[in-house]
Design a protein around this ligand. Structure first.
Ligand SMILES: *Cc1c(COP(=O)(O)O)cnc(C)c1O
Length: 396
């Protein structure tokens, strides 16, 4: 059995058009890295670029770099690099701050566009915690109340009281892909606004923000986009909302005349309005450089490989791991699956520690989930086969 699957893995790797991208990343041969959904791998060319940013742009040009090295416009420029990966037009994405902060901007911005008598904010009840905490605070600040629901139950709960809805596109724990087109359409049919968190979908699957008329979206860049630890997040504001977007964090960077240093805030036009204070230039430029690995890559091809990888990993787990030791909590249907496989397992914390010691790096999410992220640019089918085999050896 294991020879059949190893052969199949070799054939799939040989036919994989994205296989060459692996060489763009720093990876060690003995390790299978399945944690790129937590921290993406380092693209090989980034250290040299950062050396130049630090030694020349900062070290020699100093203050001149805000103009001459394009530092001042980096949030919009890097936003325009991310835009095609999430199906957004140029000028609708701005980079800066963390995802948590952008959830706040987007959700308060959405609620402020809704009618005053709409007093409910619906949130995904299995959301990544930070989104839930921020939503709670946003509701208190704007005089609304929160209702937490399973994403599938949101359409039926919508009504004239709904102001805005905040949903994670892919559930970070189970890997479930929520129905962005369907939920967005239902939210808008009810007269409310849809805010999506794309942390686990951008760089892994097509999002289609403009095609599905999503109102606001946010996402992080250090997972599937490989921007580096703590690299800045992004905010998407649909073009027709931009003129009315009333950010709850109006900083001088989003003033129409930032160097006018005027006492009264007058917002800039466009997604730039999502900027706040001085951008985190080193992290921003590491991200910008890291995005080069996407040049010429089709997100559809990434998605096709991602599904093939997760299917194959599940096949190998089924074949190798003794029956009953693990159960997949990731939906089997492709339309409901993100780019990870989550297995519930007794003693998952210890199992993941031991698996990591064997050279297969995934992660553990309470209470009992082994999480394996598949990043199609640098993970191959032989990696999936080896991960399942090592897991089986541990549990066998
Ligand atoms: C990773 C992740 C975050 C992280 O937020 P930070 O502000 O970058 O810490 C937020 N939401 C979701 C859904 C995530 O997966």
């Amino acid at each position: 059995m294991s020879e059949v699957l190893a052969k199949k893995a070799a054939a799939l790797d040989a036919a994989d058009e994205l296989a060459g991208h692996r060489d763009l990343f720093v990876l060690d041969d003995g390790v299978v890295y399945l944690d790129g959904n937590s921290l993406g791998a380092l693209p090989r060319h980034v250290p040299a670029r950062m050396q130049d940013v630090i030694a020349r742009e900062w070290g020699q040009l100093r203050i001149r770099s805000w103009e001459e090295s394009g530092w001042w416009t980096a949030p919009e420029r890097v936003g325009d690099r991310i835009a095609p990966l999430i199906g957004a037009p140029a000028g609708s994405v701005v980079v800066g701050d963390s995802t948590s902060v952008n959830v706040f901007k987007a959700l308060v911005g959405a609620v402020r566009l809704a009618a005053d008598d709409r007093d409910e904010i619906l949130v995904d009840d299995s959301t990544f915690p930070t989104d839930g905490y921020v939503a709670e605070s946003a509701a208190r600040m704007t005089g609304r109340r929160i209702r937490a629901l399973a994403p599938a139950d949101i359409p039926a709960a919508l009504g004239p009281r709904t102001a805005a809805v905040l949903v994670n596109h892919v559930d970070y724990r189970t890997g479930r892909l929520n129905d962005l087109p369907g939920i967005t359409a239902a939210v808008q049919a009810a007269g409310a606004l849809a805010v999506w968190d794309l942390c686990h979908s951008a760089g892994a699957l097509p999002v289609g923000l403009a095609a599905h008329r999503v109102d606001f979206a946010v996402g992080c860049t250090y997972k599937y986009l490989n921007g580096g630890p703590g690299s800045p997040a992004y905010l998407y504001v649909r073009d027709d909302h931009q003129p009315r977007f009333d950010t709850p964090l109006p900083g001088w960077n989003s003033h129409e005349d930032p160097f006018g240093m005027r006492p009264r805030y007058v917002p800039a036009e466009g997604a730039v309005r999502g900027r706040v204070g001085t951008p985190d230039i080193l992290s921003m430029l590491a991200l910008e450089s890291a995005l080069d690995v996407w040049d010429g890559v089709s997100v559809e091809a990434v998605r096709a490989k991602s599904l093939a990888l997760t299917d194959f990993f599940l096949e190998c787990v089924e074949a190798h791991v003794p029956a009953g030791r693990v159960a997949s909590v990731t939906p089997a249907a492709h339309a409901e699956r993100g780019s990870q496989v989550s297995l519930s397992c007794e003693g998952a914390g210890e199992v993941m520690r031991d698996l990591t010691a064997r050279g297969v790096v995934g992660d553990f999410r309470r209470p009992d989930v082994l999480r394996f992220g598949f990043t199609p640019l640098y993970v191959g089918f032989a990696d999936a086969e080896r991960a399942a085999r090592e897991l089986a050896a541990l549990l066998g």
